[in-house]
Design a protein around this ligand. Structure first.
Ligand SMILES: Nc1nc2c(c(=O)[nH]1)N[C@H]1C(S)=C(S)[C@@H](COP(=O)(O)OP(=O)(O)OC[C@H]3O[C@@H](n4cnc5c(N)ncnc54)[C@H](O)[C@@H]3O)O[C@H]1N2
Ligand code: MOO
Length: 391
């Protein structure tokens, strides 16, 4: 099993530690659902007209029909439709008992006052039958689903004005590096602007998570230890960037161990983004991402995101699709799974983006997917297929 697959199975075993809460439906978007959503009635609840037209007996389509009443949406029919009779009906209204066809207004002709006939004998039936979408008692959405746009509609339709979801964990983001300056500052020689915090915070926001505190700290062992412990008092999780590797000032793995955190993994087995630490102490978690901007982005997408979702009780599976290369791919070393930014061309094939590694974040500006080059593979030819993850 590859290192990456090993880590993915570790993630699947993480406990669902974060709490649940009840929120109003309108605040549930992008949250993790923590209950099965059940249908309290059939959908549609009654035989419903799909068109504005006339409800009748299908056998009478060739005949002139007496119009009994006008049925609008929201009312029940008051007349029984007999042979050679019909009722005018609006889209969404209940079809009278016994009627098995609604022909459209456009397919009707008024032959006399309150008398019509159908002029299209090939009409469809135009009825949505009771319970054809779902039936009372059906599980409509499973616990663990991340609530997206269709789920919001189904929750509303099933009467869930309040929804049980995962409470959002409090997360502190700490960018480490004595070379870092804030985005509004002009770097002096040897310095670099901190881009990781903005990136990580935005990845968290995309998951509907908020950041309790956002710190930028120098590579000072005591300072980092002190601030880490302070952050743990108010947070469920601390995400570091930088200091993840083996340099003299890469303190994060050491601090985590020193503070009694259990390290689940400290290497990912993919490129870019090999050094990364995931650790736990009680109900607190700490993630050490690489300092290199593409590395930390890829590590977040491939591992931090599924791990956080797992802790929140989400059933999360990233979308991976097979796509055809429109270029020849080569690499010198095939000792790790490689993650390479690409974009989809108009023909649906993937196109190459000039990319030179873990610091080259602007290469991702035009990327619409991340291509996965498996461990051991150094050549993929134009026309062959690979897995990609749409961004
Ligand atoms: N002897 C070894 N050296 C390195 C190894 C190794 O295995 N042995 N791994 C390399 C790999 S791969 C990576 S990736 C990096 C990871 O290093 P760190 O996570 O310790 O990150 P730093 O050294 O702190 O920084 C790396 C790079 O990224 C810049 N950086 C840091 N933070 C930010 C930020 N917030 N915003 C923008 N850019 C940032 C930093 O200035 C460095 O240029 O280690 C290799 N070395
Ligand atoms: O793992 Mo590092 O991100 O190759 O550059």
């Amino acid at each position: 099993m590859s290192k990456f697959d090993e880590i993915l199975s570790l993630i699947k075993q993480l406990p669902e530690v974060f709490e649940t809460e009840e929120v109003a439906l309108q605040d549930a978007f992008n949250s993790v659902l923590r209950e099965d959503v059940l249908a309290d009635m059939n959908m549609p609840p009654f035989h419903k007209s799909a068109m504005d037209g006339y409800a009748c007996h299908f056998e009478d389509l060739g005949n002139e029909m007496e119009v009994l009443e006008v049925i609008h949406a929201g009312m029940m029919p008051t007349q029984t439709v007999g042979r050679n009779q019909c009722s005018k009906i609006m889209t969404g209204a209940a079809v009278p008992d016994g009627c098995d066809c609604v022909f459209k207004v456009e397919d009707s002709e008024e032959v006399a006052e309150k008398t019509v006939r159908c002029i299209n004998l090939r009409t469809a039936r135009n009825i949505c039958y009771t319970g054809e979408d779902y039936q009372q008692g059906d599980v409509l959405i499973k616990e663990g689903t991340i609530i997206s746009v269709p789920q919001m509609a189904v929750l509303a339709g099933a009467g869930y004005a309040k929804v049980k979801v995962s409470a959002r964990p409090r997360i502190t983001v700490i960018a480490t590096g004595s070379e870092l300056v804030e985005p509004h500052e002009k770097p002096e020689p040897g310095q670099i602007r901190n881009s990781n915090s903005s990136q990580v915070i935005t990845q968290l926001r995309k998951m509907n998570l908020e950041v309790a505190e956002n710190l930028q700290l120098k590579d000072d062992y005591d300072l980092l230890t002190h601030k880490f412990n302070e952050a743990l008092e108010n947070s469920d999780m601390v995400i570091f960037t930088g200091g993840a590797s083996v340099g003299d000032f890469d303190f994060i793995p050491e601090i985590l161990k020193e503070q009694g955190f259990k390290i689940y993994w400290d290497r990912t087995g993919f490129k870019p983004g090999n050094p990364m630490t995931f650790s736990q102490k009680g109900n607190k978690f700490a993630i050490g991402l690489s300092g290199n901007p593409v590395s930390s982005l890829v590590q977040f997408e491939l591992l931090a995101k599924p791990a956080i979702y797992q802790l929140m009780g989400a059933k999360y599976t990233p979308t991976r699709i097979m796509a055809t290369l429109n270029f020849d791919y080569r690499r010198k070393k095939a000792d790790r799974l490689a993650i390479v930014p690409v974009y989809f061309g108009n023909d649906g094939k993937i196109e190459e983006i000039p990319f030179h590694g873990s610091a080259h974040i602007n290469a991702l500006i035009s990327a619409t997917a991340l291509m996965e080059i498996p461990l051991g593979v150094d050549t993929i030819n134009k026309g062959e297929t690979v897995y990609v993850r749409p961004l």
